[in-house]
Design a protein around this ligand. Structure first.
Ligand SMILES: C=C(O[C@@H]1C=C(C(=O)O)C=C[C@H]1O)C(=O)O
Length: 310
């Protein structure tokens, strides 16, 4: 049976005996309130129909543009074939696209909605270039992490549950194009040791990209991939150290990502030289663990502020 096949269409309400419903039945002038009400209801219907027509026209244009956007994929794959085989992600390009949206955005549509729509588009387009799966540990904040996964990678990308971050990173290492999404939550084990092996998986992005005091899918997390062919260097470089977080807390240009008593994963601004930094801070040599584009705070964005006060 077709969906909704049993549904009976609602019949319009027709009042009996002329519909004496108070205000509308009083005769006050040349045009009765009834006639006026009917006229304004007709006007409302007409303007609603006009607005819906405009929306349908815009939707058709957006749909045509998405189809046109996807027609570029084959050429994109060919253009990228000069590079190494592997994942098609270009995190620096994705970051610059998001910054461009933030710069040109206006109106009542929350900027985070734009981010969400384009994340679905970008993830699907990347997937069409080189299919991949997303490995997600289930041992810490799994439902919040799933929200982040779906917000940033949409519903076309298969999501695979892993026991913990180590298992998720091992699955990435064993694949060609897969990703892992690991929450930045302090724990007992320094899971990031799996990011310091030569030519092994590395951090490629930090989420959320648009930061705000009040946004959906806001669990801090990092995206991990095998080394990419992205020519643009990251703005923050990640390092692992055996030192605890207290050794780094007060230092400038440092962003602590996750910590255990047995070590810290942190990001260092690229204008800081890591060797000089480690020597000055009295730290043992740092182990590179990847990098990411600087997230963007959108709390000053007018449309975002509006959505926050609602
Ligand atoms: C299209 C590209 O590849 C991926 C898909 C993107 C997109 O659909 O806009 C953007 C960046 C990449 O992660 C690209 O490199 O430009």
């Amino acid at each position: 049976m077709a969906l909704g096949g049993d549904l009976v269409p609602a019949r319009p309400f027709t009042p009996k005996n002329g519909g004496d419903s108070g205000k509308g039945s009083r005769r006050t002038g040349y045009m009765s309130d009834d006639t006026r009400d009917t006229a304004s209801a007709t006007d409302r219907q007409a303007s609603l129909a006009r607005l819906r027509q405009r929306i349908d026209t815009i939707d058709a244009e957006m749909h045509d543009l998405l189809i046109e956007r996807s027609s570029i994929i084959d050429e994109l794959i060919a253009a990228k074939q000069g590079g190494r085989k592997g994942a098609a992600f270009r995190p620096a390009r994705e970051a610059s696209m998001m910054r461009r949206f933030a710069g040109r955005h206006h109106g009542t549509l929350p900027l985070v909605t734009v981010e969400y729509l384009w994340r679905e588009i970008i993830s699907t387009f990347t997937f069409l270039q080189a299919p991949y799966r997303l490995h997600m540990p289930t041992d810490r904040r799994p439902s919040e992490l799933r929200d982040v996964a779906r917000f940033y990678f949409g519903f076309n990308v298969p999501l695979l549950e892993a026991l913990d971050a180590d298992a998720a990173i091992a699955s990435v290492a064993a694949s060609e194009t897969d990703l892992a999404l690991v929450p930045l939550v302090d724990g007992e084990t320094p899971w990031w040791q799996g990011l310091t092996r030569p030519d092994g998986p590395r951090i490629i992005a930090r989420l959320p990209f648009f930061t705000s005091n009040d946004r959906p899918a806001d669990l801090p997390a990092v995206v991990i991939s095998n080394p990419l062919d992205d020519p643009t260097p990251p703005e923050w470089r990640c390092y692992a150290t055996a030192a605890g977080p207290e050794a780094l807390d007060a230092l400038s240009g440092v962003d602590i990502l996750a910590a255990t008593p047995a070590g810290t994963l942190f990001a260092l601004a690229t204008d800081r030289d890591p060797e000089t930094f480690a020597t000055d801070a009295g730290l043992p040599p740092l182990k590179p663990a990847g990098g990411f584009a600087a997230p963007l705070s959108i709390d000053g964005d007018p449309s975002q502020q509006k959505s926050q006060t609602e």
